[in-house]
Design a protein around this ligand. Structure first.
Ligand SMILES: Cc1ncc(COP(=O)(O)O)c(C=O)c1O
Length: 343
C-alpha cells in the first residue's frame, strides 16, 4: 500500500509542477537566429534536478529499494540535494546528503534533511554508500542510476519538443550525470530530427577530453567549479555517441555569462546557465558566419538566492580567481544592440 500511495503522491506532485516555460533571450534581429531558454528554475525546487530526483525516488520505490521509513542517502550537494530532500519530505522519509565540506548544504536542512560534510571531495561516494549500508537505508547513487531511470515519461525532452515551433538547429546543455543530454539526444535520434546536440563542458571536467578521444573511462580526477555540471570522470549516464559536439568553456566565461543572463532576465541563475549561454553564443557565431538562420535552445538549469553571494558577487568571484571581466566585455561587444535592429 505504501508504495502505491507514494507513487500517487509523486504523480500528483508532477502534475502540480506542470511544464517549465520556454523564454526567448533577445538577440539582434539582424542575426536571423533566435535563442530560447527552457527555464528549469521554475521547478518547485528551482532546478532541472527536480525531474531526475523525482524519477530516482519513483524508480527505487517501484523496485522495492525504498519502502516506508527507509533512510535515503546520496552523495551530492547543491540543487540535487535540495530536490532529493524535497521528495524525501513529501514521502515522509529521512534523508541524508553527503557532500564535500565546501558544498552548499543550504536548503537541505530547511526541508528536514541532514547534511554530512566529508573531505576530500571525492570521498563522498564511498562514504554515502557505507552510511546507507550501516543504517539499512538506500543509496540513491544518482550518477550511476541516471543512466537507467526512465527517460521518456514527462521528461524535459518531451516538453521541449512540444513547445518549439521548428526543430532547433542546435540544442545546448551541460552534463552532470549526462541524463539531460542523453534524453535530448535520444529524442533527436528516435524522432529522426535534424537538430544537433552540443554539450558545454567546464574546466577540469572529463567530458570534453573523453568525448574527443572516444575514451569512456577518461578521468581528470579534478572537481568542477561550475555547480551542477562537469565531472572528474566520464559518468555512465553520458551518452557520448548521441552528442554531436562538446564545447569546452572557461569557468570565468561561465561566470560572466551567468551575470549577463541575470541582467537580462533578473533571475539569480547559477554558473552552469552561464556555460550554456556562452556555448550557445559560440554556435550562433558559427551559424552567422555560415549564413545559417534558425533557432537555438538551451536551459536555465537553476536559480537560487545563494548564487547572489557566489557567481554574481564581485568579491566572491575575485576571491576564487575568476577573471570574468574580459569575458563580460566580449559578451557586451557581441550582444551590443544596434538601433537599426529594432530590439
Ligand atoms: C545547472 C545545471 N545542472 C545540471 C545540468 C545537467 O544535469 P544532468 O547532466 O545531471 O542531467 C545542467 C544542464 O545544462 C544545468 O544547467
Amino acid at each position: 500500500m505504501w508504495a502505491a500511495e507514494a507513487i500517487t503522491r509523486l504523480d500528483e506532485e508532477k502534475a502540480r509542477a506542470g511544464v517549465t516555460p520556454l523564454c526567448e533571450f533577445p538577440l539582434p534581429a539582424s542575426w536571423g537566429v533566435r535563442l530560447w531558454f527552457k527555464d528549469e528554475s521554475t521547478q518547485p525546487t528551482g532546478s532541472l534536478k527536480h525531474r531526475l530526483a523525482r524519477a530516482l525516488f519513483a524508480d527505487a520505490i517501484a523496485a522495492g529499494r525504498i519502502v516506508a521509513g527507509t533512510t535515503v542517502v546520496d552523495a551530492t550537494g547543491g540543487s540535487m540535494a535540495i530536490a532529493q530532500a524535497y521528495f524525501a519530505r513529501l514521502l515522509g522519509l529521512p534523508y541524508i546528503a553527503v557532500m564535500p565540506t565546501k558544498s552548499p548544504g543550504e536548503g537541505v536542512e530547511q526541508l528536514g534533511g541532514t547534511c554530512l560534510h566529508v573531505d576530500p571531495p571525492l570521498a563522498i561516494y564511498e562514504h554515502a554508500a557505507r552510511l546507507a549500508r550501516d543504517v539499512g537505508g538506500h543509496y540513491l547513487d544518482h550518477y550511476r542510476s541516471a543512466a537507467t531511470v526512465g527517460w521518456r515519461g514527462g521528461s524535459l525532452a518531451d516538453e521541449l519538443f512540444e513547445q518549439v515551433v521548428e526543430c532547433p538547429h542546435w540544442i545546448v546543455v551541460g552534463a552532470g550525470t549526462g541524463a539531460t543530454a542523453a534524453a535530448l539526444g535520444r529524442r533527436l535520434r528516435t524522432d529522426g530530427l535534424s537538430g544537433q546536440l552540443a554539450v558545454v563542458d567546464p574546466e577540469n571536467s572529463a567530458y570534453f577530453p573523453g568525448w574527443v578521444y572516444g575514451a569512456p573511462d577518461y578521468g581528470t580526477g579534478m572537481p568542477s567549479r561550475i555547480e551542477g555540471i562537469g565531472r572528474p570522470r566520464m559518468e555512465p549516464g553520458f551518452a557520448a555517441d548521441l552528442v554531436d559536439l562538446v564545447i569546452p568553456v572557461r569557468d570565468a566565461a561561465s561566470v560572466a555569462a551567468a551575470r549577463r543572463v541575470r541582467q537580462v532576465t533578473g533571475s539569480s541563475v547559477g554558473p552552469a546557465t552561464g556555460t550554456n549561454l556562452w556555448g550557445a553564443l559560440e554556435l550562433i557565431t558559427r551559424m552567422r558566419a555560415q549564413g545559417v538562420r534558425g533557432e537555438v535552445v538551451t536551459l536555465i538549469g537553476d536559480a537560487h538566492p545563494r548564487h547572489l553571494r557566489a557567481c554574481h558577487d564581485d568579491d566572491w568571484a575575485e576571491s576564487k580567481g575568476f577573471d570574468w571581466r574580459p569575458h563580460e566585455e566580449k559578451l557586451a561587444r557581441l550582444l551590443e544592440v544596434n538601433d537599426a535592429d529594432g530590439r
